[in-house]
Design a protein around this ligand. Structure first.
Ligand SMILES: [Zn+2]
Length: 86
């Protein structure tokens, strides 16, 4: 460890960028109701997805998602046809 590291303290190892969470007390858990906009106003979500190998479109995604801005957990909306959960 060198001096000048931006972060020190509780986090012992650096997180991968996909695991970064805003350090915010505003994070909530509003899972259950399909949501497109976070209560914080963000419309960007982190979630797991599978791409279509032919055209690159999103073929499948998991409905558990997390706000990219505040870390709130929410449920992704699904298209009219059925659920993609599990
Ligand atoms: Zn948010």
């Amino acid at each position: 460890m060198k001096h000048g590291d931006k972060q020190h303290g509780k986090d012992k190892k650096p997180k991968h960028i996909t695991e970064l969470k805003p350090e915010s007390n505003e994070a909530m858990d509003i899972r259950g109701i399909p949501t497109t906009v976070c209560p914080c106003g963000s419309m960007v979500w982190n979630l797991k997805t599978v791409f279509n190998q032919d055209d690159g479109s999103i073929e499948l995604y998991f409905v558990d998602m997390e706000c990219a801005q505040c870390g709130t957990l929410a449920t992704a909306p699904t298209p009219v046809n059925g659920t993609l959960e599990e």
